[in-house]
Design a protein around this ligand. Sequence first.
Ligand code: FES
Length: 150
Amino acid sequence: MERRKFLGWVTVGTLASSLPAVIAACSSNNNSSSEVNPTPSATVEIDSTPDGEGFVAVGTNQELEETGYIYDRQLGVIVVSNGGTLAALNPKCTHKGCDVVWKGNDEQLVCPCHDSKFGVDGGVLAGPATEPLPVYEFKQEGNLIKVKVA
Ligand code: FES
């Protein structure tokens, strides 16, 4: 076999053998977004039928104590506990719509896409977002936390 042909086959073989590693590396990058997106926190079945005032149960006090937040993706609500003070907000970042993540230690809601930061009152602490997160009315009724989103 000619030297040139031999080197050509070695190059093709090397590229072909490294292809699975490259694909795996790309795949793990694609999956990283699921690691930073908030996980729905509901662990118990609750009746999500709106009450007479339009409040919907999103979770329990116990759940909030255990996780520091309640995230209801379907309803589009995140309830956070900041040192015993509760807040209910729309988790969609006002920059481009990624769901923010509650960082209890920093007492902030942080967007995993471009790192905007919001306070528990929804106010922008750091951009690129310029508009606050909408805040919802909520109430505690027995063991349930109910939010009015409409
Ligand atoms: S989508 Fe949140 S900072 Fe860009």
